[in-house]
Design a binder for this molecule. Structure first.
Ligand SMILES: [Ca+2]
Length: 126
């Protein structure tokens, strides 16, 4: 007679909010700065980070040679309602080797109304 095998699990259901962020586009990405240096056009992409979320880091694709990149890419984060959630947006220029930081901005998420879509325009390189 063989003994039965049991596996033990711990399961906990938590109340979370789903947050969808769509990175639409950017205009005049570092244009003045780059023109002055006679450098090639930037290859921008955006990193999205919410440190209090389990899938905390996501990023857009790279748009090559673009001062006015259009992404229209959406990302979903799961947020713990009990925590103070902040979205960090970082724009970088993709390069061979080390990517260059172009700007970063933070957005508090606690004030957002549930089920209401808003549009934010951020000046990310100031
Ligand atoms: Ca580049």
């Amino acid at each position: 007679m063989s003994r039965k095998t049991y596996e033990r699990f711990k399961i906990k259901q938590e109340k979370v909010k789903a947050l969808t962020v769509t990175v639409v586009k950017a205009n005049h990405v570092a244009e003045a700065f780059w023109n002055n240096l006679l450098k090639p056009k930037p290859d921008p992409y955006v990193m999205l980070r919410i440190r209090t979320s389990p899938n905390s880091m996501q990023q857009t694709t790279v748009k090559s040679n673009a001062y006015d990149p259009v992404w229209n890419e959406s990302f979903t984060f799961y947020l713990n309602d009990d925590k103070k959630n902040t979205l960090e947006l970082t724009m970088q220029d993709s390069d061979i080797g080390k990517d260059d930081l172009m700007g970063t901005k933070q957005l508090e998420l606690d004030d957002l109304e549930v089920d209401k879509e808003i549009t934010k325009v951020l000046n990310i390189d100031e």
